[in-house]
Structure formats: C-alpha cells, structure tokens
Design a protein around this ligand. Structure first.
Ligand code: NAD
Length: 474
C-alpha cells in the first residue's frame, strides 16, 4: 500500500465574508427572515451567516426579474450570448476559487469539485451561449419565445453545477431568473451572483434568494412566476407539482433515483469495478443518478465482489481539501442520520453489510463506503434512495431477468450496462425504463446530452436541444 503525503489545497484563494445577503436586482441586500449559518461538513466549523428571504423578499426578487424580462427577452440572441460567454470565461478564470468554496461548503473532495463540477459548470454556460442566437434552428418553430420569469430551486449535492443547469438555458432562451440554492450550500451561488456583476449582466436578470424550504415554496408558488424548475427529493417534487397544478406554470422536476448498474459475465471486470466505484462512491453517493443497485451476473458475482472489496480498501476518505482524497464528508448531520438509518434497516432486514477498515475523522459528518450483499428486491436498501456511499448488490442469470430487476423500482433516472457486446447494449437500452443508459461507463455528463427521468424521477429534460424546450413557449 502506498503512503500519500498530505497535499492540501489552500483555502486562501477564497475570500469568505462573515455574512451574506440576498442578490436582488443586481445588488446585495438584507433579507427580512432570521439569518442562518452554513457550516463546513468536514469540520463543523461555521463558514458564514446567510440571509433568509421572506415571502416579501421573494416578491421583490420576482418583481426585479419581471422588470428585467422586457429588455432581456427583446435583446438579440447574439447579444445575450455575449453575456453568457463572458460568465463562462469568468467561471473558468475563477474556477479554483469556486472549487475550493464548493468543497468547503459541501464536503466533496477538491479533486471532484476541481476536475468534474467546475469544468462542467463552465461547459454549460459555453454550450448555452452557443444556442442563444440559434434558437430558430432548435426545432421549436421560426421564432420561439421565452416564458418569462423562471423560479428555480436546487439541492445541495452539486450546488454550482445544478445552478448552471438551471440558469444557463433559462438565460439563453431569454428568460429571467429567481433561484434558491439549498440551505446547506448557498455560498457558491452567492459567489456566482458576484460573477454576474463582474460580467455586467443587466440587474434583475439573475436574482439569488437564500433560505430553507419556506423560501423555496415562496419562489415556486409566486403568482408572477411563469416557469418552475426544481431539482430535489421526490417528496418535495410532489408538493410542488400539487402546489402549481392548474396555475398554468410550466414545470420541470428532476427528482430521485435508484439506478441499476448491470454487469454481464463478458464485461471487462477491472473496468466495471472502476465504473461501480464511480457510480456509487463519487460525491459520497450524493448523486441522483448514482448506480446504487449493483446487478451482477451470477457466474461472476464472487469474483466481482472480491475485486470490488479490494478496490474499496484503497479509497482514501478524509479531508476534502486534500488533493489525494477520494471520499469526502456527508453534507449534513441530517443526511448522515438518514444514511445511518437506512443502513441499519438493511442489516435488520437480513442483508450483509461490509465496509473496508478505515479511520474516520473525529469531527464532521462521515460514513465509510459500504456494500450490502444478500440483498432481496423487497429490502428497503434495494428500493429507497439512500443518497450516500451505500451499494446494494443483487445477482441475475439472464438478460431478461436483469431488465426485470432493473426496472423494478418506482424511479427511472439512469442505468448502466457493462458487456463487450454492442448488440446486447442496444437490446438492454431499449428495455430499461431510465432517462439515461450508460454503456461501459457511468456518471458521464455533457451539456449537449439531455438528462431527466421516468416515473417518480420526475419529468422534463435538462441539457441538449431537448432541454431548451423547458424554457420556451412551445
Ligand atoms: P429536498 O427536496 O429536501 O431539497 C431540495 C431543495 O428544495 C432545497 O433547496 C430545499 O430548500 C427546497 N425545498 C424544500 N422544501 C420545499 C418546498 N416545500 N417548496 C419548495 N422548495 C423546497 O432535497 P435535498 O435533500 O436537498 O436533495 C436530495 C434529493 O435531490 C435526492 O432525492 C436526489 O435524488 C435529488 N436530486 C435529483 C437530481 C436530478 O437531477 N434528478 C439532482 C440532484 C439531486
């Protein structure tokens, strides 16, 4: 086993303020709700105090967005594109600062914030900047119109990336935005607000309101919001769908998942093991499309499990700011409690639990990478979204059985297939009820590729040409 010398990323690149306000109409302003603290989940240190937007503050933000909508939507697409390109370039220039801040507030390894989140965030703005003056050619008619004010609510697992998935297409299509980041990870959204100022984006085009669920509800239920975009839990997604039903608002929901990662006996085992690790242990498993159900063909199950355990024993868990770290902190005490609870249920229902020997830091919220074997399809560990570094392993004998088991879930966000046969990949992809099917890879994202769910994973698509539809009056 190699020893790794510590390689900490410096946090000096981040200029943390003691407190943050709301971003409304191009200005930072106080919120009228009680401020809340955002902490570093790896150390429990308070990072900053953040304003809570009341209903009245949300109303101010929506009014600002409405005022800005007139000029922003009338601007030629080629002009809007310039702002989006400018924002994309500033994100690249400030990516180290953004990555460190994301890691501090979220707990994800700096390696992932730096090499996955930030490049994808910039790519989303570049990609949609390219669409802004080509909407006539997107297949939605000769002169597709924007919807108006978009109310957007996002979760904490990919704070800045989810922001880019929401804001970039909205702006490219000519809408203005009121966005609420999650209460445990508001800081990169507020730094993004500063970037909007740096890019001289007209005031009111982007407004950021911080706060918890009540603030989110005020955003989506505001009568002057034309479009609601939500990413988060299926439970809150249901509430939102109920709340806006009959209001005429256009809605997209990106919700939970319980993806099957399916490995056939002809797959390249070492590659597949990497794919399983990437599928469920990337971002501590806080990934809606995580491959949390491993389906392995029975004839290779023992060999694969052994290889997987060997690989897990090599994962480094600890300080997220250390560039060697593979697995960082669980985002909050509440999420840690949920991961612990569902894992305890897994054991109580008779599944077998395994984690590699690893030392967890004393402070902060930590959970070791965990595999459950002897899992039945009826077990909660195979049905409920854990949203943590916990894998449930099941086996199958035939392709038909793999499909049957993979589709036996209320969700349908993603799936993975590992086999050397192209024909089998296509056969499987046709039958899997999932928005994305990865073949011989997992958790690959691209702004040109639409992403979204079937069944309880939500509706609507984000990204690609398809994602534009959510922000156009078509
Ligand atoms: P959550 O639903 O509790 O919170 C998401 C956001 O909604 C937060 O900003 C929260 O403040 C806000 N919110 C809470 N109650 C609200 C209400 N009544 N009205 C409006 N907004 C409200 O989810 P979470 O715990 O932050 O995130 C985890 C969930 O998100 C997981 O289930 C995961 O699968 C899902 N997720 C899905 C995707 C996707 O693209 N499909 C991506 C990331 C996360």
């Amino acid at each position: 086993m190699f020893e790794y010398a510590p390689a900490p990323e410096s946090r000096d690149v981040v200029d943390l303020q003691p407190s943050y306000g709301l971003f409304i109409d191009g200005e930072f302003t106080d919120g009228s709700g009680a401020p809340f603290k955002t902490i570093n989940p790896a150390t429990e240190e308070t990072l900053a105090e953040v304003a809570t937007a009341s209903e009245a503050d949300v109303d101010r933000a929506v009014r600002a967005a409405r005022r800005a909508f007139g000029t922003w939507s009338a601007m030629p697409g080629s002009e809007r594109a310039k702002y989006l390109f400018r924002i994309a370039r500033i994100i690249q220039e400030r990516s180290r600062e953004l990555a460190v801040l994301e890691t501090l507030d979220n707990g994800k390894p700096i390696r992932e914030a730096r090499d996955v989140d930030l490049p994808l965030v910039a790519a989303h703005f570049f990609y949609h900047a390219g669409w802004a003056d080509k909407l006539d050619h997107a297949g939605y008619g000769p002169d597709p119109r924007p919807l108006g004010v978009a109310g957007q609510v996002i979760p904490w697992n990919f704070p800045l990336l989810m922001l880019s998935w929401k804001i970039a297409p909205a702006l490219a299509c000519g809408n203005t935005v009121v966005l609420k980041p999650a209460e445990t990870t508001p800081l990169t959204a507020l730094l993004f607000a500063e970037i909007c100022r740096q890019a001289e984006l007209p005031p009111g085009v982007v407004n950021i309101v911080t706060g918890a669920g009540e603030t989110g509800a005020a955003v989506v239920n505001h009568p002057d919001v034309d479009k609601v975009a939500f990413t988060g839990s299926t439970e809150v997604g249901r509430l939102i769908a109920r709340g806006v039903a009959g209001s005429g608002k256009k809605v997209t929901l990106e919700l939970g998942g319980k993806a099957a990662n399916i490995i056939f006996d002809d797959a390249a085992i070492d590659q597949a093991v990497e794919g399983v690790v990437d599928g469920i242990f990337f971002n501590q498993g806080h990934v809606c499309c995580a491959g949390s159900r491993l389906l392995v063909q029975e004839s290779i199950a023992d060999e694969l499990l052994e290889a997987l355990k060997r690989r897990l024993s090599r994962l480094r868990i600890g300080d997220p700011l250390d560039k060697n770290t593979d697995i960082g902190a669980i985002n909050s005490a509440e999420q840690l409690a949920r991961v612990r609870e569902l894992s305890a249920v897994g054991e109580a229902e008779g599944a077998e639990r395994w984690s590699p020997a690893c030392e967890l830091p004393d402070r902060g919220f930590w959970f070791p990478p965990t595999i459950f074997t002897n899992v039945a399809q009826s077990h909660r560990i195979a049905r409920d979204e854990v949203f943590g570094p916990v894998l449930a392993m099941l086996t199958f004998r035939t392709p038909a059985e793999a499909v049957e088991k993979a589709n036996n879930t209320p969700y349908g966000l993603s799936a993975g297939v590992w086999t050397e046969k192209g024909s089998r990949i296509l056969w499987m992809a046709e039958r899997l009820r999932a928005g994305v099917v990865w073949a011989n890879t997992f958790n690959k994202f691209d702004p040109a590729s639409p992403f979204g769910g079937y069944k309880e994973s939500g509706y609507g698509r984000e990204g690609g040409r398809h994602g534009l539809e959510a922000y156009l009056d078509v």
